[in-house]
Design a protein around this ligand. Structure first.
Ligand code: TXE
Length: 485
């Protein structure tokens, strides 16, 4: 299934793999090597128009198909993901730079789980009825909203692509999707699996290309009443500004600058080990990474020493090497952004406890975009390094003297996506969780997910909630029908 060399990725419109109408392509770079390895369509509004028409044609049949049949098709896609895990993981790693081992263990299995979860949700979805005394019955009729736009980012390419499209398809919507132009390969391979699984033509359409061109055309299209987007906060603002005057439904999952609060009474080994994962998994390119570590002063030195020591033990290098824990950053532009923030941290008076430099692993990766995992101390919570999303293997570590101070610092950014709290004091855990302004608070764990729970951010981390029924409700229109008794 996976072809090496300058393979041409194609759009997927009306069940056909098609060239972009302009005939133009962009280079798809392998970030571990710093050179192009395939071509991705540079689609524009004309391709989006074709995709919308295909999705509109497919809509009625898909929306009215018995949920059991929709479920069966989506389950077949999940099975095919499982059967092709190795090829998909290799494509995910080659596009994104992440360790192959991570793609195999996390990204691809979670993509399959997304399909499976929402496939079965389609047959369990129910809506409410309200009995108004003896006078009336009100029931809620939920119908698929129509053709929806799903725009996904480059950090967890197939995982987040499926996270968006699976609930849309389960709800009976047809989809025009755009994966990130930086990581298009797994969505392309996925489209082939959809054909193999017998997904009716036009139910899922994938238009590849640049955000401001193909992405913007999806957001602007009057035939698309709902947009589900995951990406940067600046892009989210632009999408909201375009969509709001058209009164589109919007679900925006944006950036994070997440606090990781360590109290002195924590399970020390677990807290250090998991904080390392929270800081550096996927090169720190996860919106849920814990990038600001706050440690109670009495534990600060011990925690910092152990954290720095374990950070130094992380192998940076070829994503295909099984020993590698930190692969390449997704692009040269992103590498420069991350290195720029490390420089900024120095200018702001920070001390680099470990890391701080670009890595050149040699061999096939000599020109790749690698950075050492970096730990910085000595910065205030208000400086830019601690306020802006870096989205790389860079964390700061700050002591605190009281629970109030920890909460104040944790809540001090414009973001509010996730937080982690380490304590064995049950009362404190609940008290602190209720005061953190984040959509998810993990107590003594990180990245644990139950797909039934609402997922999303507060403040500039986004609007709307995904996951479980929230996602299915987003992709449906609710009508209240009032029957007078
Ligand atoms: O993402 P973009 P970028 C953060 C992270 C990163 C920063 C910028 O801090 O450094 O965002 O990353 C499409 N209309 N996150 O600029 O642009 C784009 O093609 C419609 C956090 O690379 O947000 C891609 O498919 N679509 C994040 C998708 O938006 C547009 C994950 C996301 O890309 C568009 C990624 C437009 N005008 C980056 N412009 C997370 N929350 O996980 C771009 N796109």
């Amino acid at each position: 299934m996976f072809v090496t060399g300058m393979q041409k990725i194609l759009n997927y419109i009306g069940g056909q793999h098609t060239e972009p109408l302009t005939g133009r392509y962009l280079q798809n770079i392998n970030p571990a090597e710093g050179k192009p390895y395939s071509l991705v369509p540079d689609s524009d509004a004309t391709d989006v128009q074709q995709a919308v028409e295909a999705a509109q044609q497919a809509f009625n049949a898909w929306a009215t198909m018995p949920p059991e049949k929709r479920c069966a098709i989506l389950l077949r896609i999940a099975d095919l993901i499982d059967r092709n895990t190795e090829q998909l993981a290799l494509a995910e790693s080659t596009d994104q730079g992440k360790p192959l081992k991570l793609a195999r263990a996390v990204d691809i299995p979670r993509a399959s789980l997304n399909m499976r979860f929402f496939a079965t949700a389609a047959i369990h979805f129910a809506s409410e009825a309200h009995i108004t005394g003896s006078e009336a019955v009100n029931y809620t009729l939920r119908t698929p909203v129509g053709v929806v736009g799903c725009i996904s980012p480059w950090n967890l390419p197939l995982y987040l692509f499926t996270w968006k499209i699976a609930p849309a398809l389960a709800a009976g919507c047809t989809v025009v999707a755009k994966p990130s132009e930086l990581t298009p390969m797994t969505a392309y391979l996925f489209s082939k699996l959809c054909t193999e699984a017998g997904l009716p033509h036009g139910v899922l359409n994938i238009v590849h290309g640049l955000g401001p061109k193909a992405g913007q055309a999806i957001v602007e299209h009057p035939g698309i009443p709902a947009i589900s987007f995951t990406g940067g906060t600046a892009t989210g603002k632009k999408i909201a500004a375009t969509a709001a005057p058209m009164f589109k439904k919007l679900s925006l999952e944006l950036g994070g600058k997440n606090p990781n609060i360590v109290f002195a009474d924590c399970d020390f080994d677990l807290a250090v080990r998991t904080s390392i994962q929270a800081a550096f998994s996927n090169q720190g390119e996860i919106c849920l990474c814990g990038s600001r570590i706050f440690v109670e002063r009495s534990l600060y030195q011990k925690f910092t020493d152990a954290f720095v020591q374990q950070t130094r033990g992380l192998t940076v290098g070829d994503p295909l090497d099984e020993q590698t824990r930190i692969g390449a950053l997704v692009s040269e532009a992103h590498l420069n952004k991350v290195l720029g923030y490390i420089d900024l941290a120095r200018q702001e008076g920070g001390t680099i406890l470990t890391g701080g430099k670009q890595v050149r692993p040699g061999g096939r990766c000599a020109h790749g975009y690698f950075v050492e995992p970096t730990v910085i101390s000595g910065l205030s919570e208000t400086c830019r390094t601690n306020q802006e999303e870096i989205f790389g293997p860079v964390v700061t570590i700050i002591p605190f003297d009281s629970e109030e101070e920890a909460l104040h610092m944790a809540n001090s950014t414009p973001y509010g996506l996730s937080a982690t709290v380490w304590t064995t004091n049950l009362t404190r855990a609940h008290r602190v969780a209720a005061q953190i302004h984040s959509g998810i608070i993990w107590i003594n764990c990180w990245l644990f997910r139950d797909l039934r729970t609402p997922f999303g951010g507060m403040k500039q981390s986004g609007v709307g909630r995904e996951g479980g029924w929230e996602a299915l409700r987003f992709f449906t229109e609710a009508r209240n029908v009032c029957v007078k008794l």
